[in-house]
Design a protein around this ligand. Structure first.
Ligand SMILES: [Zn+2]
Length: 133
């Protein structure tokens, strides 16, 4: 993948504050344009879905004005999603690493982004946290 390079990452778990270990992981660094594109795409999907729901609600839900609430919601949520996606500068690739708690191999889910990136260990359900080293 483009812009993917080995990046030092601090691996820790959320509940315990103990020295985290630093591992090299292949991390995709998003360019400005990619971040813009990703933010735009995500907010459009969210806004589109809510607007479609709003339209469907007009026909299907007999509560007056219920659908009217979905339109402002779409225009508030859209930019929020855009800003949140914009702040993600990195994307993790699917990589295996030992869980900091139980030492079993866990796979980082594809496409989680931003610091800290969090995911659950399959074996001990610990919240594994990845931070920029
Ligand atoms: Zn674990």
């Amino acid at each position: 993948m483009k812009n993917t390079r080995e990046t030092p990452v601090r691996v820790g778990i959320m509940e315990r504050k103990r020295p985290e270990l630093v591992t090299m992981l292949p991390i995709r660094h998003l360019s400005l344009f990619e971040r813009l594109l990703r933010a735009g795409k995500r907010s459009l999907i969210v806004m589109g879905t809510l607007l479609m729901l709003g339209n469907a609600a007009v026909l299907m839900i007999p509560i007056p004005h219920f659908h009217l609430c979905l339109f402002p919601l779409a225009f508030v949520l859209g930019p929020i999603i855009a800003i949140m996606s914009w702040r993600d500068r990195v994307l993790c690739s699917q990589t295996e690493l030992p869980c900091p708690r139980c030492q079993k191999t866990v796979t980082i889910p594809e496409g989680i982004g931003g610091w800290p990136a969090r995911f659950n260990c399959d074996s001990c359900a610990a919240m594994v946290e990845l931070n920029e080293a």
